[in-house]
Design a protein around this ligand. Structure first.
Ligand SMILES: NC(=O)c1ccc[n+]([C@@H]2O[C@H](COP(=O)([O-])OP(=O)(O)OC[C@H]3O[C@@H](n4cnc5c(N)ncnc54)[C@H](OP(=O)(O)O)[C@@H]3O)[C@@H](O)[C@H]2O)c1
Length: 245
């Protein structure tokens, strides 16, 4: 039986993923910032899957609390076999581009908080020489766009961190999967442009779960983002800086 910690469990993508894991018999610890919402998600997942889900709260920016939080989750689960990192926020990009306080908040909520929590969980998995880590990143981390480079920088750094961690943990039998997610219909993207390529959270979760079962290393979700980002990366910098997207 897999014992899985899901960070950012009130995301609809995480919630759908939680159901996939629970339906396969996993025991879950669901965590997010909002205590009432994460309790509701845990009750819902538990009722649908027929296995009670544990739940708790954490704040990605509260680094001092992370060690105790990861220990408590692992202890309540009776061990830890896997971690799914699904937290993040766009923040206020317009403000972040001129206000370092807002920029750092975005970086902490998407990158440094993830580094802190994943490093603690990875230590645990490495010691037991088994397990997995799924890191939900973003295609926004593939190239710095003028409209969202603070968020994009955090996701780009997260992808590099995951890549190095995958290499280090390979020798211990711990699998690290990076998800390069395209646009998904959640509160994060509600009201923004680009609806044509947007997929439902349940679809995203299905694709992520299939990739996890195949032990993929890096997966674009959906697959066509690999082509799109391949083309985007090839645009010369002198032209890219003038593009409006
Ligand atoms: N939606 C997209 O198009 C898209 C595209 C690419 C990548 N992603 C990534 O997918 C992941 C899920 O996003 P989503 O679209 O499902 O957004 P969402 O519905 O806003 O979910 C975000 C999750 O992150 C948690 N969170 C945010 N700040 C936190 C903090 N400081 N400490 C702890 N938890 C925090 C939220 O918990 P609370 O509710 O408790 O605050 C929530 O569980 C994120 O990493 C996002 O960057 C999304």
């Amino acid at each position: 039986m897999n014992r899985v910690l899901i960070l950012g469990a009130t995301s609809p993508i995480a919630r759908a993923l939680a159901l996939r894991f629970a339906s396969d018999g996993a025991r879950l610890y669901l965590a997010a910032r909002n205590a009432d919402e994460v309790r509701r998600v845990a009750e819902d997942v538990g009722a649908r899957a027929g296995i009670p889900a544990l739940f708790g709260t954490f704040d990605a920016s509260d680094f001092a609390s992370h060690d105790e939080f990861v220990r408590r989750a692992a202890s309540d689960l009776g061990g830890l076999d896997g971690v799914v990192l699904c937290f993040g926020t766009l923040g206020d990009e317009d403000v972040a581009q001129t206000d370092p306080k807002e920029a750092l908040a975005t970086i902490h909520q998407n990158f440094t908080g993830a580094v802190s929590l994943i490093t603690l969980a990875a230590r645990h998995l490495e010691q037991q020489r088994s397990g997995f880590i799924i890191i939900i990143g973003s295609v926004a981390g593939e190239r710095g766009r003028k409209k969202n480079y603070v968020y994009g920088a955090a996701k780009g750094a997260l992808a590099l961190f995951a890549q190095g961690l995958r290499g280090r943990l390979a020798a211990s039998g711990v699998h690290v999967m990076t998800v390069k997610l395209g646009t998904v219909d959640t509160r994060m993207t509600w009201g923004r442009e680009g609806a044509l390529l947007t997929i439902a959270p349940t679809k995203a979760a299905d694709l992520i779960y299939v990739a996890y079962r195949k032990r993929a290393e890096v997966v674009y979700v959906p697959w066509f983002w690999r082509l799109i980002m391949g083309a985007v990366r090839m645009i010369p910098e002198s032209r890219f800086k003038r593009m409006s997207f």
